[in-house]
Ligand binder design. Structure first.
Ligand code: NAG
Ligand code: NAG
Ligand code: NAG
Ligand code: NAG
Ligand code: NAG
Length: 659
């Protein structure tokens, strides 16, 4: 007993010594000399045929931001839209903060910009423009006084640094006038405001201005200069002073511009050239003298230990560890573990062969559980009567959406469950640019879970009925993309069964993807027949979705006494007033013929099944102008069952007979 205590103390001492020495070594070796990381961006213009850069890859356009091919400038918003917001972000992150020394990078951002109103109102006072430093490339801020800078007034977590060029006075945000520059740190309320009238600058006078934003990360000193384009930097800046940006910076940030317009006045913010240079402090990381391999090496090649003293200490540590293992084994013998630990130490356990990333696979409940942090409340994205949807993140870092069907919904019949599983697997095989990929599933006695890829820009309903206005060009593309997706699914004898605006998603480049499949159970036994009927339902629901997209209204009327959208659209058709249905917020820039034609295709999809409802393949052809759109009947045909002449299958829209 005495012996073992002594041995124990010896072990502790030796181990502590070895570990402290090893960690000292580690510090010394992993950090190399100090270096400067320099990044330089140069956009003499943003013309799409600029030979220097491929704009599509370099600049991510979000919300209502667009590149104007006529003058080669970024325009926010596109087409002079009211109450809209947009961002143009350089697509790669830039290192702007050194976490080791907590030093912000030094940078200089120089750009030319113009704020004008193409409709020739002399003094546009609406919204503004800002140079932004933001943590991601997929958030669009709110329109109006938020300048597209922040998404939510209370978003504490969102780190943002912005220099705003604001042409509207919002006293609630502390603005001094409608012609000021503001410095914003993590908030839409500026920390510093400068009345630029005092410098003879009128931001919205329609002329091209040049701004210089210069930050010295070592001295933590910011300077802003503002002057007309074409001259050298003015001697006197509009601002210079100490400013610590480090609390608002992650190591890597995205840079770019955001802008917005307000409620009933509009203006266009153009950014026509941009230079950006940053220098960030870093320490070279050189390969460490110690790695996990050296531990194995010692066992295999004993003579390595004589090379350096550090290896000797490692050798001692390993011997000590082996001793500890032996002693502990001696006191509580578990021969089975000996085998296991030996195996782990010498040969790495045979890895499970990874399946190709594009194939949907089976997940076990533990994986889903950890991806959603135990189905935590915070991860919930939404819920309906049949399911709860969570945001999750897999071990490999991929973001996913986890849809967990409620037990009640599925407990009904074993054969139904079996059919659903078969269907999920069939949809899991689908790879199409306009269909959200199914990453996998998890079925056990209690759980029915489907895992989808996460699409970052949110669902269509948020864009259509939320803040801001989606321009017509984007809406038309949404309609075409959804039609393509459904047409493809139908060609594979599948049906979506849950076509609605909240099942349609937009990715960062506003590509449209259809997701959130219905997998609806029905009492129809024949799979083939069910899928045929479901396809008819898809087409009908697609028709209603088209009406929603063109009109910017939800399918159900908000106010009591008003007609639902479908009834309203048919009524408008009968009185030949369809043009009134087109969302007026899109302004005069809509191509009215195109919008009305799309409306007609939508209405046609809601015709009775045997009275002219097209199939999705035909719809795609109508939308691509490859086939003339047939005449709609002058009045709405009477139909008892909206979906099909043979069955009254119900899902999203309505089961009630038409009036
Ligand atoms: C990095 O840049 C700073 C300021 O520009 C300079 O003072 C420093 O000497 C540079 N360091 C190296 C290692 O070049
Ligand atoms: C801004 O500056 C202009 C010109 O000096 C001045 O007339 C105006 O009163 C200033 N506005 C505010 C709010 O200080
Ligand atoms: C502009 O909006 C304000 C408030 O949002 C409203 O009071 C005003 O009547 C509107 N003006 C026009 C010309 O529409
Ligand atoms: C922008 O960068 C280019 C290329 O480095 C340089 O020629 C030009 O002078 C810069 N312009 C400004 C305003 O700094
Ligand atoms: C062991 O050391 C000898 C001489 O120091 C050397 O030649 C030999 O390559 C070493 N063996 C291993 C496995 O490193």
């Amino acid at each position: 007993m005495k012996f073992s205590t002594n041995l124990f103390i010896f072990i502790i001492l030796t181990t502590t010594h070895t570990i402290s020495l090893a960690s000292a070594k580690k510090k010394k070796f992993t950090t190399g000399p100090e270096i400067n990381i320099t990044k330089h961006l140069y956009f003499p213009n943003f013309s799409p045929n600029n030979p220097i850069r491929t704009l599509n890859q370099d600049i991510t356009l979000l919300g209502s931001a667009a590149i104007s091919p006529e003058n080669g400038c970024i325009q926010i918003p596109e087409n002079n839209l009211q109450y809209s917001a947009g961002r143009a972000i350089y697509s790669s992150p830039i290192r702007l903060f050194d976490p080791n020394t907590r030093t912000p990078a030094s940078f200089e951002s120089t750009f030319t910009f113009q704020i004008h109103n193409p409709t020739n109102r002399p003094e546009p006072i609406s919204g503004g423009l800002s140079f932004i430093i933001v943590p991601d490339e997929f958030t669009v801020g709110r329109p109006g006084p938020w300048l597209g800078m922040l998404n939510d007034a209370c978003e504490d977590e969102y780190k943002v640094v912005a220099v705003e060029f604001d042409t509207r006075m919002n006293p609630e945000f502390g603005d001094p006038n409608d012609n000021h520059v503001g410095i914003n740190l993590g908030s839409v309320v500026s920390n510093i405001v400068i009345n630029v009238s005092e410098f003879g600058v009128h931001l919205n006078d329609g002329t091209v201005h040049r701004a210089w934003i210069i930050y010295d990360g070592y001295r933590k000193f910011l300077e802003i200069y503002l002057g007309p384009d074409g001259i050298v930097r003015p001697a006197r800046g509009v601002y210079s002073g100490n400013l610590d940006l480090s609390p608002y910076l992650n190591e890597y940030m995205f840079i770019g511009f955001s802008g917005s317009t307000g409620n009933n006045r509009t203006e266009v913010h153009s950014i026509c050239s941009w230079n950006f240079t940053s220098v960030s402090r870093a320490f070279l990381r050189v390969p460490s003298a110690e790695s996990c391999e050296s531990k194995f090496a010692i066992e295999n090649y004993p003579n390595v230990s004589s090379k350096t003293p550090s290896s000797f200490y490692i050798f001692v540590a390993v011997v000590v560890l082996v001793l500890i293992t032996m002693v502990s084994l001696y006191f509580n013998r578990k021969p089975k573990e000996t085998n296991d630990s030996d195996e782990i130490a010498v040969v790495p356990k045979e890895k499970q062969r990874p399946s190709p990333p594009t194939r949907a696979r089976k997940f076990n409940l533990a994986e889903i559980n950890s991806a959603t942090r135990g189905f935590a409340e915070l991860q919930v994205l939404g819920s309906d009567s049949r399911s709860v949807t969570y945001k999750g993140s897999l071990v490999n870092g991929c973001n996913v959406v986890v849809k967990r069907f409620s037990g009640k919904f599925l407990s009904a019949r074993v054969s139904d469950r079996r059919r659903m599983i078969k269907e999920v697997k069939a949809v899991g095989k689908i790879r199409h640019p306009n269909v959200v990929s199914i990453r996998g599933w998890c079925f056990d006695r209690q759980e029915t879970i489907v895992v989808y890829d996460f699409v970052p820009n949110g669902s269509l309903d948020k864009w259509l009925f939320g803040f801001g206005v989606l321009p017509w060009t984007r809406r038309f593309k949404v309609v075409k993309d959804v039609a393509e997706a459904l047409s493809y699914l139908h060609s594979k004898d599948l049906a979506h069964k849950n076509v609605k605006t909240s099942s349609v998603f937009l990715d960062v480049s506003f590509r449209t993807l259809v997701g959130d499949f219905g997998f609806v159970m029905s009492t129809i036994e024949s799979t083939r027949f069910e899928s045929l009927v479901s396809q008819k339902v898809d087409i009908f629901e697609f028709g209603v979705l088209v009406l929603e997209v063109v009109s910017g209204r939800t399918r159900r009327s908000v106010n009591p006494g008003e007609l639902d959208l479908l009834d309203l659209a048919w009524a408008m058709h009968e009185t030949d007033e369809k043009a009134k249905l087109v969302d007026r917020r899109m302004g005069l820039v809509v191509n009215p013929d195109q919008a009305i034609r799309v409306l007609e295709v939508g209405l046609m999809c809601t015709l009775n099944d045997n009275k002219g409802r097209p199939n999705m393949e035909e719809v795609v052809e109508y939308l691509n102008f490859e086939r003339p759109v047939p005449e709609l009947p002058m009045t709405r045909p009477v139909s008892l069952f909206p979906y099909s002449s043979t069955t009254g299958l119900c899902s999203g829209y309505t089961c009630a007979p038409f009036k």
